[in-house]
Design a protein around this ligand. Structure first.
Ligand code: PLP
Length: 376
């Protein structure tokens, strides 16, 4: 919670649910990452919070942008962001979207398969391409499975294919998993990167780009190590595995930049028990999985919750969303406790909710409108 957001609550009283984001915190987080990782270029992962005010602010601060779709690219271009500051970081793209991006001046593309390289060679001839490889995601609250990235040994072969196809084989990328709690994973990923660089050098291709992806955490219910614990590990591992011969380094923070800057305000619709002596109360909010909290899937991301009765006696609750879908339960196994004084109509706050919320909300499931957003 920030003074600016407290003032917004005091002065405005919009109908819930809504997200309010303090842009000063977005700027601060961007600046802190720049300070912690000097000589590193930041490509903000647009999908974390693609609101125009966030993108415009980061544009003015000098950020670059990693886009996951042609639509995000076109949104950035419409905001006056030069194409040289954009990368198309998705490894799965329609060929005509690659072509549209290439015609708009985008020159950096991700890939993880020969089939995607063939599309890139046709639709973006001569473009600079980097290969995403798989790396362990242990310790991530929102791990990324095996959907993106190839086996590291295969990356060498693919980068050679890229060169054969007339593309610029520029380097590699990885992602350690979102909301990463375990800084050690960076070292494993960078060890692999150095191996790929040296195997490529043996084949006569000097790679120049190392893309560290995202994964930098926000502050949810489990206490989290500070950003510097991650960035110190990265700096130490880079020195260890690359010595003084550092390539161009880029990072793609998503969650970290807007996460802690946002608060969702929600209202309690109903508090009930399944039987008169049931231990747990069911607390139904006017926001749930479909209204902007998809990351509570499997109770993976556990937000901090503030209530008007904090400090008084608490009891166990099951938190649920407002829709008639039975999967729209927020927390049960996570063991949340909320004040016994809580009543219907109380407004509660979901903290650090600036990333992966509003843009994820359904357009009208059960008729509920998308989550409202205020950028202050
Ligand atoms: C989503 C994404 C990111 C951002 O990840 P965070 O964990 O939110 O920092 C970075 N790079 C790529 C390619 C992504 O898809």
């Amino acid at each position: 919670m920030t003074p600016k957001i407290e003032r917004f609550f005091a002065e405005s009283w919009p109908d819930t649910p809504y997200l309010v984001v303090d842009l000063d915190i977005v700027a601060q987080n961007y600046q802190r990452l720049c300070d912690e990782l000097p000589d590193t270029e930041i490509f903000y992962a647009v999908k974390a919070n693609p609101a125009d005010p966030v993108l415009a602010l980061l544009r003015d601060l000098g950020s670059n942008f990693d886009a996951a779709s042609i639509y995000e690219i076109e949104q950035c271009l419409a905001l006056g962001i030069a194409p040289e500051r954009l990368s198309f970081g998705h490894t799965v793209k329609k060929e005509n979207h690659i072509q549209r991006a290439f015609e708009a001046g985008i020159r950096q593309f991700a890939f993880d398969s020969v089939q995607e390289l063939e599309k890139l060679a046709r639709a973006a001839p001569g473009a600079s391409v980097y290969c995403r490889y798989l790396t362990p995601n242990d310790g991530a609250d929102w791990p990324l499975s095996d959907k993106f990235g190839c086996h590291p040994d295969y990356a060498v072969e693919l980068l050679c294919n890229a060169a054969d196809l007339g593309l610029m084989a520029s380097g590699v990328s990885f992602h350690v998993g979102s909301q990463q709690r375990n800084p050690v994973v960076w070292d494993a990923a960078l060890f692999t990167a150095a191996e790929i660089f040296s195997k490529m050098a043996e084949r006569g291709i000097k790679l120049s780009l190392l893309n560290l992806g995202g994964g930098f955490p926000s502050h949810y219910r489990t206490p989290m190590s500070e950003l510097s614990v991650h960035t110190d590990t990265i700096k130490r591992s880079l020195r260890h595995h690359f010595g003084d011969d550092l390539p161009q380094i880029i990072v793609e923070p998503g969650r970290y930049i807007p996460g802690d800057a946002g608060v969702i305000q929600s209202e309690i619709i109903l508090i009930s028990r399944k039987s008169p002596d049931a231990k747990k109360r069911w607390v139904y909010l006017d926001i749930g999985k479909f209204g902007g909290l998809p990351e509570v899937l499997d109770e993976a991301i556990q937000y901090r919750i503030r209530t008007p009765h904090d400090g008084s006696a608490t009891g166990p609750v099951i938190l649920a969303g407002p829709t008639c879908d039975e999967v729209d339960v927020i927390y049960d196994a996570a063991g949340y406790e909320l004040p016994l004084d809580l009543t219907v109509g109380d407004r509660i706050e979901i903290l650090s909710a600036g990333a992966y919320t509003a843009s994820y909300s359904s357009v009208g499931f059960n008729g509920f409108p998308p989550l409202k957003e205020y950028y202050i």
